[in-house]
Design a protein around this ligand. Structure first.
Ligand code: PHE
Length: 482
């Protein structure tokens, strides 16, 4: 079985595909808006800590599990423990999480495609902030638009995954990831040169530490987002790692993937916030942030429609390379476990996920999935599923993977898989400490604190934080910019 398994064409191919999985809507759509909602600096620092001390060690663990077993998540747990081991439950939860995540991710990705289309048609030309706001609200609320783009996006994702590892996933990432880096760099230069005062305000907002802005829920969100953004906790990287040769370096590549992911997230903030401040817009606009603020700013530039098209193409490309890794989790599971062909697995998986995505597509337009659902959970369907996956399933899955790799997996296999092919073998002891103790303890404490079982009392109350944001006019006052 193992010898017929598809493999990455090269080390660079794997790194690009894995970075393509990590870099997605999480970096450009979600990170800036949750940073905005959580008051900036302090949240960013906690997030960076979570990335380095929790997400990176777990990513190394996932890649090690994949390359050692040459199997996707569920069978990898089995092979490294025993048949019918309860540890396999973590793998199943991962498959479910990937399934749910892609179901709403594809809806947001659909918005990015719709925006490319709108920008191409020149829809935003001449609109003021209110006009752009209306475009977003109308688009997000239209059932027809959301459903159609969901289907188009899922069809594209499915075709790429059905195309296989080397010809499908690797080829797509090789073209798309460098393109994304270039576009973001160009936009950052545009933001730095055209948004003048906004840039220094943005630097202050993103990088200065204001501890009083941090709530327990904000810390949980930072942990959850570290998992979401790197893409660990659901076995995506077990699957991607399983297409690596056994001797490949897991550690150096993980550092590189996490580094790229973080740089892109911070760059996205440095594109979005300068513009937000320079135009007197709100940093805490929620999920609509990029869709509401970017068109206004880009259209004000010379050649504005062109930049707007480019920006939304960028978002779309980022979403697509991540979506293929999510579909790959389910696909590799049925290929490995049920011995289906890749084509059949990808198509059936793609269709099922599209169906599960329907309520997300209707989340802003149907009373039932919007206010109706909000009466039960406090959020509409899409935001509720996002909360469930990002803040609960991924941290729990990550906790399980850390405990498994740290305590259950054979020591000698673990050590040799860590050291093989790696120039960073000397960090083995430190990594063991992180994955055995620090990562599990941190996830557990933050989690119990946020769900109210444990009250550490060290974080601000949500009410205080909101008041703080509002009481900080120097951050958002457009008059200062003249
Ligand atoms: N990391 C992706 C993003 O930032 C989303 C993702 C999550 C992809 C989990 C794979 C696994 O958008």
């Amino acid at each position: 079985m193992a010898q017929q398994r598809g493999h990455w064409g090269s080390k660079a191919g794997f790194i690009l595909a894995a970075a393509g999985s990590a870099i997605g809507l999480g970096n450009i759509w979600k990170f800036p808006y949750i940073t905005g909602e959580n008051g900036g600096g302090a949240f960013v620092i906690v997030y960076l800590g979570c990335i380095a001390l929790i997400a990176l060690p777990i990513l190394i663990g996932e890649i090690i599990m994949g390359k050692t077993t040459q199997q996707s998540a569920v069978p990898a747990f089995r092979e490294l423990s025993r048949p019918a081991s309860p540890w396999m439950g973590i793998g199943w939860m991962g498959v479910l999480a990937a399934f749910l995540l892609l179901s709403y991710y594809a809806v947001i990705a659909g918005w990015t495609m719709h925006y490319v289309w709108l920008a191409l048609q020149g829809t935003f030309t001449g609109l003021d902030a209110e006009g752009v706001n209306n475009v977003f609200n109308e688009s997000a609320a239209s059932p027809g638009l959301n459903l159609s783009w969901l289907v188009v996006f899922m069809a594209l994702t499915t075709f790429i995954v059905a195309g296989g590892i080397k010809r499908g996933i690797e080829l797509a990432s090789r073209i798309m990831l460098p393109l994304l880096g270039l576009i973001l760099l160009a936009l950052m230069i545009v933001a730095a040169t055209s948004a003048k005062g906004g840039f220094s305000q943005a630097v202050d907002f993103v990088f200065s530490f204001r501890a009083d802005q941090l709530t327990a829920d904000g810390v949980l969100e930072a942990v959850g987002h570290a998992f979401f953004s790197v893409g660990v906790g659901m076995g995506t990287m077990i699957a991607y790692g399983s297409y690596l040769k056994r001797k490949s370096d897991a550690v150096g590549t993980s550092v590189l993937i996490v580094g790229l992911d973080t740089v892109i997230a911070l760059m996205a903030c440095m594109v979005l916030f300068p513009i937000t401040f320079a135009y007197g817009l709100e940093p805490d606009a929620g999920p609509g942030l990029v869709f509401k603020n970017m068109p206004i700013a880009l259209l004000a530039l010379p050649g504005g429609s062109f930049w707007a098209v480019i920006f939304f193409v960028l978002l779309f490309v980022a979403a697509l390379t991540s979506a293929i890794s999510l579909l790959e989790v389910a696909t590799s599971y049925v290929v490995d476990e049920l011995k289906w062909s890749r084509l059949k697995a990808a198509f059936i998986g793609g269709i099922l996920i599209t169906l599960v995505g329907v309520p997300s597509a209707l989340s802003n337009g149907s009373h039932w999935f919007n206010e109706g659902f909000a009466d039960i959970t406090g959020k509409n369907w899409l935001d509720s599923v996002d909360y469930l996956v990002s803040n609960i399933m991924l941290p729990l899955g990550g906790l399980g993977i850390a405990l498994f790799v740290g305590w259950r997996m054979s020591k000698s296999i673990r050590q040799s898989a860590f050291s093989e092919g790696s120039g960073l073998a000397a960090t083995y002891g430190a990594w063991c400490f992180l994955i055995q103790w620090l990562a599990p303890a941190a996830v557990l404490i933050v989690f119990l604190n946020a769900v109210g079982i444990l009250d550490l009392g060290i974080f601000a109350e949500p009410g205080d934080t909101q008041a703080e944001i509002e009481a900080a006019p120097e951050l958002v006052d457009p008059d200062d910019l003249e």
